[in-house]
Design a protein around this ligand. Sequence first.
Ligand code: FAD
Length: 502
Amino acid sequence: MRYDVAIVGYGPTGMALAAFLGQLGRSVIVLERYQGLYNLPRAACWDDETMRSFQAMGIAEQMLPGTQVQPGYHWVNGDGETLLEIEYDNPGRCGWPQQYMMYQPHMEDVLDRHIQSLPSVEVQQGVTVTGVTEGAQGVTVSAQRADGTLMRVEAAYVVGADGGNGPMRKHLGGALDDYNFMENWLVVDFEMRRPVEGLPSFRQVCDPKQPIAIVNIGPKHHRFSFMLDPGDTREEVSKPENVWPRVRDYLTPEDADLIRVANYTFTSAIVDHWRKGRIMLAGDAAHQMPPFLAQGMVSGIRDARNLAWKLDMVLSGYPDDLLDSYQPEREPHVRFITEKAIELGRVQTMRDPVKARARDARMMAAHAANQAPEKLRYPALSGGMIATYGDLLPQGEITDGTRTGLFDDIAGRGWQIVTRDPTIPTTLSDADRRDWAKIKGGTTVFGPNALTDTSGTLTRWFDDTDCDTAILRPDSYVYGISNTAADLHSQLAQLFTSLGLR
Ligand SMILES: Cc1cc2nc3c(=O)[nH]c(=O)nc-3n(C[C@H](O)[C@H](O)[C@H](O)COP(=O)(O)OP(=O)(O)OC[C@H]3O[C@@H](n4cnc5c(N)ncnc54)[C@H](O)[C@@H]3O)c2cc1C
């Protein structure tokens, strides 16, 4: 059998891509070297955009039992004095709370059950990919099963979602842009036996003697991460008898069970080529960042969502060039976040006591003066398949008179013209209408006898961006905004040209 897409790796990125492609009816095979799900937490949190992606898969509600909404983020110095307090939006602009703490095994379990229910997706675990060969019509993936037997898989496209140490990155042969950021951390996870009053749910202890991150990782679970010193060895620091004294100010063995001790070297690097012909990289295979912004896995899920609709269109006969828009859209976004994460990490983990005191004085003065920290906004997409704007369309509650819910659930997904000008649909030319129908575009109109923006989210967005109409892509990013029929027409013409329809 020849698959539409072979995915190497069943981590969060590979899972998200399999779910999106399977939902679109694409035949997909996933090859994963582990026999089963990893079943231990790595990532700790995700954002509202990730919840919107799970909403698109129809599994957001199932994710909730493994999460805890996080109201804010607290930084303290070595004396426990507050340096910074960040308040998260609830709801965030994607219609869900901006920050969730989560238990990754629950997330992977929900994703896996969803993927296994998709008839066009096949997941093969215990299969290690050893090579890929590209031909004119497709790619052959070579792999070895756990019992030593060899297998070959034919697919039109292959996506390497095999993490930072997988073979696909090496196969593509691109250079690595390494930020030379390297920090050695001890990460210890606990399963709570009982609630512990005062246990911080999201705190950075910016102590130059010992930087610590304390995070809730979903219901009944907690993580402590300690930056290690140059002389520390993995063997010594990982011993439970050496872990417990590190957490004694917060937890005792009566409070919790130690369930995992891991030693990570946080690195940051971005591969310079994310695509070579029919092979693409996504997630950690394409980029790695330190976890200070909790955006590594989240970025991989963004990659998956960006790639899924493009692969689907190309597999439907639209120009293969569409896949060339993937890296130009995603790389600057990931680069911005990576650089911010490194910058933030350097502030949090300052080891020089003099510099740390100066940092404390500066941050405490700002805190005392009630200077709220600037909200970190990630950049819009530019280049690629974007005419103007390129950011996410915010999501709030809307109603069509009979159903009330979040925008994506009521308005539907796929290409959409979203407008608050009821005359707009009548201004489309016959050619626009024909080509819009070809890409299964929908129209969502707000106004009398149409949809009502009950939360006011879109009304505020239309006002703030000074537009009446948006062309929305299948991944909830805005292709273009306009406030005249002529501008809309010219953006549609640009879109149809890049899709080879004109
Ligand atoms: C301590 C820590 C905390 C973090 N916290 C957060 C957080 O809070 N939020 C966040 O968004 N991110 C966080 N991250 C980052 C996040 O864990 C990663 O970005 C994420 O796991 C990347 O997912 P992935 O699917 O791209 O790669 P991976 O999770 O590495 O998955 C790759 C998969 O490919 C498989 N594979 C590899 N080679 C082969 C092969 N040859 N054949 C078949 N299969 C193969 C692997 O077995 C694996 O299952 C954190 C990371 C660390 C280390």
